[in-house]
Design a protein around this ligand. Structure first.
Ligand SMILES: C[S@@+](CC[C@H](N)C(=O)[O-])C[C@H]1O[C@@H](n2cnc3c(N)ncnc32)[C@H](O)[C@@H]1O
Length: 233
């Protein structure tokens, strides 16, 4: 029999409850390979994923991406730390921000204005907590940019967005539209299944590093991740 407390509609939790949820299910800690950044991160994916489903009253909630620093984000964050000139004094958008890692590094590197976008409502709470923990300001939006022209920013960052087919298909057109508008586009990726062949897509490799992740997310603790630019054609 159907549980009367469960419907197909996720419960809408106010931001204060989402913040409390993130704090309850994570620990504020250093991020491997990205010195000077602390994030609210979870130890294991299953317990927090299950808790999200309970909190929203649904089965099949998306993975709590926001509770982890993903390999693509670790690489792009390191690249931005090592090349602050890429963002300093510029307007920056971190697409699919998750925890907000790359947005926070951009703000620390001297970006003029940093916005982060993610469709997951818990990411909004995680980004708010993580920005505060790192003493930076990151504006946040849950707007789905895949449905509209990209905002006019100097730099668009996109880390670890090629992990599922339907999203991957729509990311490259967004990035190309941003390039056509004059944005500098930087991508971080650890060789996800749906990353388009870099040469075919027009990506130019800027850096490649082994990044330290967790076996709760990946099948290895060390993953090779690359950073690309998408220059105008
Ligand atoms: C693998 S995580 C990467 C998070 C972060 N960039 C990092 O590297 O740690 C992918 C993120 O994409 C977000 N996402 C999925 N579809 C999206 C969309 N249409 N617009 C914005 N974000 C989206 C997910 O919610 C998730 O936070």
């Amino acid at each position: 029999m159907r549980d009367p407390d469960r419907s197909d509609e996720p419960r809408r939790l106010p931001l204060s409850k989402r913040r409390a949820f993130v704090q309850r299910h994570t620990r504020l800690r250093d991020v491997d390979g990205v010195p000077g950044v602390r994030l609210h991160l979870a130890d294991a994916v299953e317990p927090v994923w299950h808790a999200v489903e309970e909190a929203l009253g649904i089965d099949g909630a998306p993975i709590p991406f926001w509770a982890f620093a993903w390999a693509g984000g670790l690489a792009l964050a390191r690249y931005v730390q090592e090349h602050p000139d890429e963002v300093a004094g510029r307007t920056v958008l971190d697409f699919a921000t998750g925890s907000g890692l790359v947005a926070i590094v951009a703000a620390q590197a001297g970006a003029d204005h940093v916005a982060a976008v993610d469709v997951d409502p818990f990411a909004e709470a995680a980004v708010a907590l993580n920005a505060r923990a790192n003493h930076v300001h990151v504006a946040y939006s849950t707007r789905d940019l895949l449905d509209e022209p990209p905002p006019a920013v100097d730099v668009l960052l996109a880390a670890d967005t090629w992990y599922e087919g339907p999203l991957a298909e729509r990311v490259l057109p967004l990035l190309r539209a941003a390039v056509a508008q004059g944005s500098r586009v930087l991508v971080g990726d650890p060789g996800r299944k749906y990353l388009p062949p870099p040469a075919d897509a027009g990506f130019v490799e800027l850096a490649a590093w082994p990044v330290h992740t967790t076996t709760t997310l990946e099948d290895r603790e060390i993953v090779e991740a690359r950073v690309f630019a998408l220059p105008p054609r």
